[in-house]
Design a protein around this ligand. Structure first.
Ligand code: KDG
Ligand code: MG
Length: 412
């Protein structure tokens, strides 16, 4: 089962996506997601110029060997561009193996460990009434776990707050679906940690009073706090029983979580920007986190993320795989097959893609009663409609960034 063709397809239906499509000599195809939000074309070059030529003629059935070859032979290891590229090869090879076996990938990973995957959605608003409306509309859409992000008095625009920044008239594209806005320059937003720390506990108190004690609530701190600020926030949120507090400190400073951990029992999640097991190793071994946020797309594929999660399982740490819209439907399907099969699944992030994206990527995964399921089609269960994909060429897009009142650049 030799690889005959390796194509890199860039499409921008609602946002940019990079997809690797491998075709074997006997006509089987496999897809892999290689989307790196805001830096997409760097991965395209890595794949086209350096990886695709190595794949032609190689054995598509040798997933582990191909992964080790691409990881080790480059000498320059890790990093988001390299690992997103390798991830797409790994996913595409699992897709092909599933199709060759006539089985969904989760069966090849050990079979289902549960009937479906609990997923959380993103509710947000600038003020309380909008936040309540957003939570209600997510509940109506079937979500049973909800991330809550809020505006902060005095701040004009904050990343992840949907309604304040609706700068599009296209009803199919909501800002919260597509936070990487198209344009030649990133949008500048503002930030004030003291104002945020003062405001946030009151928001969660109001949400708990309105929606009761049972609804799992999550919050993303987006790397914005110092360790002591994060410790203070974790403590002040304890009465509201969060499912997790995510990215409370910059992910690079892993020691920070030790300090946070010493002060609060609010569960901690981190790792959406991590690329390998090495980024998680100490955090897992020292039990400084409760959830691993790694994405199949950015952790080098299904194979290495499965190993990372199995390591985490020894410490009762669970999965919380990253699933915003910049993970393509192919990457989401891969996460679902992995999540269904591992023992220590925790929760899956799920932001619905826009309509055009759903037309480009034909999916067989399902969303019912707040639960995702990858479906039972052979392989990953997602196919790329190349005619549709061809209608939407790449468009430059950047994530926004933050400055403090005095002009200092801050984590966003
Ligand atoms: O590309 C960046 C987004 O994926 C990220 O900002 C989303 O923080 C995020 C989340 O938790 O989904
Ligand atoms: Mg996040």
């Amino acid at each position: 089962m030799k690889i005959a063709k390796a194509e890199v397809i860039v499409t921008s239906p609602d946002r940019n996506f990079v997809t690797l499509k491998l075709t074997t000599e006997d006509g089987l195809t496999g897809l892999g997601d290689a989307t790196l939000n805001g830096r997409e074309l760097a991965v395209v070059s890595y794949l086209k110029d350096h990886v695709a030529p190595l794949l032609i003629g190689s054995d598509a059935s040798r997933i582990e060997d191909t992964w080790q070859f691409l990881y080790r032979s480059a000498y320059w290891r890790r990093g988001p561009v390299t690992m997103a590229s390798i991830a797409s090869v790994d996913m595409a090879l699992w897709d092909i193996k599933g199709k060759a076996a006539g089985m969904p990938v989760y069966q090849l990973l050990g079979g289902a460990s549960r009937t479906g995957l609990m997923a959380y959605g993103h509710a947000s608003g600038k003020e309380m009434p909008e936040i309540f409306d957003s939570i209600r509309s997510h509940l109506e859409e079937g979500y049973r776990s909800i991330r809550v992000q809020t505006g902060v008095p005095g701040l004009k625009a904050i990343y992840g707050i949907a309604s304040q920044s609706m700068d599009t008239t296209d009803a199919d594209v909501r800002y919260d679906h597509e936070p990487a806005r198209r344009g030649a320059k990133p949008t500048e937003e503002d930030w004030d940690t003291r104002a945020y720390l003062k405001h946030l506990p009151g928001v969660f108190e109001a949400v708990r009073n309105e929606f009761g004690p049972d609804l799992p609530l999550l919050h993303d701190g987006h790397h914005r706090m110092t360790p002591i600020q994060a410790a203070k926030l974790g403590k002040s949120l304890e009465p509201y029983d969060l499912f997790w507090l995510e990215d409370c400190t910059p992910a690079e400073n892993q020691e920070a979580l030790r300090l946070v951990r010493q002060h609060t029992t609010t569960p901690l999640a981190i790792g959406e920007i991590f690329n390998t097991v090495w980024d998680f190793k100490d955090l897992i071994r020292d039990q400084l986190i409760d959830y691993v946020r790694g994405a199949v797309t950015h952790m080098g594929g299904i194979s290495p993320l499965k190993k990372t999660l199995e390591y985490a399982a020894q410490y009762q740490i669970k999965s919380g795989m990253h699933g915003p819209t910049d993970i393509s439907p192919v990457g989401m399907a891969a996460a679902m097959h992995l999540g269904l099969s591992i023992h220590n699944f925790g929760i899956q992030e799920y932001m619905k893609h826009g309509k055009r994206t759903d037309q480009v990527f034909e999916q067989s995964y399902t969303w019912e009663n707040g639960m995702l399921h990858p479906g039972d089609e052979p392989g990953l269960g997602v196919e790329l409609n190349q005619d549709e994909a061809g209608k939407y060429p790449y468009e430059q897009a950047y994530l926004p960034y933050n400055r403090l009142a005095d002009g200092t650049v801050h984590d966003w």
